[in-house]
Design a binder for this molecule. Sequence first.
Ligand code: M6R
Length: 369
Amino acid sequence: TKGGFSSFMEKEIHDQPDAVRQTLLGRSDLNGNLTLDELRIDPEELKKVNKIIVLACGTAAYAGTVAKYAIENWCRIPTEVELAHEFRYRDPILDDNTLVVSISQSGETMDTLMAVRYAREQGAKTISICNTNGSTIPRESDAVLYTHAGPEIAVASTKAFLAQITAAYLLGLYLAQLRGNIFSGQIKDVLADLGKIPAKIQTILDGAGPLRELARSMANEQSILFLGRHVGYPVALEGALKLKEIAYIHAEGFAAGELKHGPIALIDEGKPVFVVVPSPRGRDSLHAKVVSNIQEVRARGARTLVIAEEGDEAVKAYAEHVFYVPETPTLLMPLLTTVPLQIFAAELAAAKGYDVDQPRNLAKSVTVE
Ligand code: M6R
C-alpha cells in the first residue's frame, strides 16, 4: 500500500532513510571491518583485479557513476562506467583480472543481463548489485551484493538508487580493505558517516515544504537544466531524468565544466537551473569552481536553484533559492543531494495532474533489448 502517501513514489522517497539503513545493516563488525559474506568470490581473486567496469542502465547507471568516484578514490583501481546496451557493441577489452559490477534494481533488465553474460564469456568476474532476491542477473553473476531497499513499485526509481549507491560504497570499501589500500580507522570513519545518513535524509524530507512550493509554481516550465561536478554530476543527471520521466518536461543534466563548451548558450532570462554544490569543507577548488558556475549562469539571467551544504554562505549571493542538506563528506553527498531533486520532480508532476507512479510509455522493468 501507499502508506498514506499520495503515490508510491512519494512513499518510496520517504522510505529512503530505511533503505540506506537496511543496506548497511550487518555488513561490518564492531572493529569496523567489512564482512560481505554474500560476495562468494575468492578474496585472492579479488586482490588481482586491475580494472573495474560498472554496467547498468538509466538511474542505476548514475549510481554506477557515483561508484566510480568512490571506488577509484578508495581502491585506486581504474574504474569505468558504461551503459550496458553500449558495452557489447564496442568490442570491450576484458580478461580474468577485470571485475564487472552490474547494478540493477529489478535484476531483469535485458540490456544489463546481456552485458553481464558477454562479460562472463570473456572471462571477467561478475558481481551484481541488485534489489530483487533470486532475479536473473544475480543468478547469472559470480557474486551478489543485495540492496535492501524493499520492493520498489513506482516506475521512477528513488529508494533503489540510494540503496545502490550505498552498496557500491560498501563494495568499494571492501575491496580497499582487502587490498590494503585503506586503514581500518579510515573505513570505520566512512562507515560512521554512512550510519548518520538516514537521519540526515529524514531532515531533508521534513524540511521540504519550500521546495514543494517552488515545484508547484514551476508546473508550466518548458525546460529545466541541472549542473553538477564530481559526484554532483551524476546527481544532476538523475535530477533531470526524474523530471523527464514523470513530469514530461525537457530536462538536461550537465557536468558544470561543460557549460562553456556549449550548453551555456541555452541560458536566457528566466531559465531555471539547478546547481548541485559540493561541500565547502572538501576540496577548495571544487567548491569554488561550482560557485563560479552559479555566478556565470546567473549573470546570463538564469534562475539559480541551488542545492548546497548547510552553512555554505558563499552560494547565497548568486542563488535565487538555496536548499540546504546536512553536512557530510563530499563523496557521500549524493545520498543527500539527490533527495531534493526527487521531491521536486514528484511534486511538480503531481501539480500537473500526472500519474506519478505510471508515467506514459515506460515500464518498471525493461525486459526487452
Ligand atoms: O531494474 P534496473 O535498475 O535494471 O532498471 C534500469 C532502468 O531501466 C531504470 O533505472 C530506469 O531508468 C528508471 N525508470 C529510472 O527512474
